[in-house]
Design a protein around this ligand. Structure first.
Ligand SMILES: Cc1ncc(COP(=O)(O)O)c(C=O)c1O
Length: 400
């Protein structure tokens, strides 16, 4: 039977303490125990249902985690203060000194910087590879490799990972496949396709209102328990805990994610098709010209489309900057990093979100200076937005 992530979210029935239709927000950092023995047992991890201290867990965070685990089809999940607060503990939990990671080379700049510049301090090495070539990925695996890391749809080049193929490689070599699914919530369900751990930056589509940062790790109960272990858990010890107030607001936004993703995807597909027809260099997984269009189709939960992200290459950094400034002046969206907002956001990744990647490596992976990354908004009349965008491009000689 097809996996239905939005049904899983809808079917969660939570009652607040006083019968509220939203669960009550837990407004405490610490919790009382009626007996000292129960407190001791909780420290030992043997008192299910007891709360100890909110860096470890809190009712609001558990509600949100449970909802995100239902969405991804994993046993459970742990929410965190940011996407990086989810990614970094996962990698540090899975790798010891001397271990090795094989990672996609097109990933979010912060993750890239962590693997390239930070984890080597702990003697954890990473090989960055073209994730779309399974033979190249396999060739990079050594006896020290512990983790295969990728984004289901990569930031910013929108490369698509063959999650089933990577999961097979991971199983064969006894590795954990960790997938960042930030760009394609609901559309792609990596755990159902074989990923061991699924991560999101909740900051983006899932929260959808650009009013907070947040993250989540979805996985097995055993792995999430490891992350939360009071003696050795990277999430517990590094301490990037989400605040309960935020967890409750993200949970409310999650309830409308399916409708928002449908609109983001519908609008992005409309614009991508129009831009391509005009002869602009357009990358969008929903276009037949995308090298992984068929692969995306084979993995997707069709109702939610190909996502809200597209890129345009307008030839030079000057043109990209002029276009973004003009589009902001015309109120088409904001010149801002991040994604998943209700208004369109645009930025040039080479000089912003991927600036951690050295220029020569940017060139090698096809990240050109004139590339603009768009996170397409929820515009009701996308044709009107397109017509205004077109006029902007004509006035800057990007279109004739
Ligand atoms: C794909 C991806 N993963 C992770 C992150 C990091 O998330 P956060 O900014 O919430 O820490 C980002 C942020 O841009 C991202 O785009």
């Amino acid at each position: 039977m097809a996996f239905k992530p939005a049904n899983n979210i809808q079917d969660l029935q939570y009652f607040g303490e006083f019968g509220g239709v939203n669960p009550s927000i837990s407004d405490s950092s610490t919790y009382t125990f009626l007996s000292a023995k129960t407190m001791f047992d909780t420290f030992e991890g043997n008192a299910d249902g007891c709360y100890l201290y909110s860096r470890h867990s809190s009712p609001s965070n558990l509600y949100l985690g449970e909802a995100l685990a239902a969405m991804e089809g994993t046993e459970t999940a742990n929410v965190s203060a940011s996407g990086m607060g989810a990614i970094t503990p996962v990698l540090l939990q899975l790798c010891d000194s001397g271990d090795h990671i094989v990672s996609s080379r097109t990933i979010y700049g912060g993750t890239y910087a962590f693997l390239k510049n930070f984890t080597p301090r702990f003697n954890i090495a990473t090989s960055f590879v073209d994730i779309t070539k399974l033979d190249v990925v396999e060739a990079a695996i050594t006896e020290k490799t512990k983790v295969l890391y990728c984004e289901s749809v990569s930031n910013p080049l929108l490369e698509v990972a063959d999650i089933k193929g990577l999961a097979t490689l991971a199983k064969k070599n006894n590795l954990k496949l960790v997938v960042d699914n930030t760009f394609s919530p609901l559309s792609i369900s990596p755990a159902i396709l074989g990923a061991d751990v699924v991560i999101h930056s909740l900051t983006k589509f899932i929260n959808g209102s650009s009013d907070t940062v947040g993250g989540v790790v979805c996985g097995t109960q055993e792995f999430i328990n490891d992350l939360r272990n009071v003696n050795s858990g990277a999430s517990m010890l590094l301490g990037a805990t989400m605040d309960s107030l935020r967890a409750s607001s993200v949970l409310k936004n999650l309830r409308t994610l399916h409708i928002r993703m449908q609109q983001h995807s519908k609008n992005a597909l409309y614009l991508a098709e129009k831009f391509e027809q005009l002869g602009l260099k357009t990358v969008y997984p929903g276009l037949a010209s995308h090298p992984s269009h068929t692969l995306f189709k084979s993995m997707m939960n069709t109702a939610y489309g190909f996502g809200g992200m597209l890129t345009l290459d307008v030839g030079s950094a000057e043109k990209a900057n002029a276009l973004m400034e003009l589009m902001q002046n015309k109120n088409l969206g904001y010149l801002a990093v991040s994604l998943g907002f209700y208004k369109t956001l645009f930025s040039a990744p080479g000089s912003s979100t991927s600036s951690e990647i050295p220029e020569d490596e940017q060139k090698e992976m096809g990240l050109s200076e004139g590339l603009i990354r768009f996170s397409i908004g929820l515009d009701d009349d996308i044709e009107r937005s397109f017509q205004t965008m077109k006029l902007c491009m004509i006035s800057l000689d990007i279109l004739k």
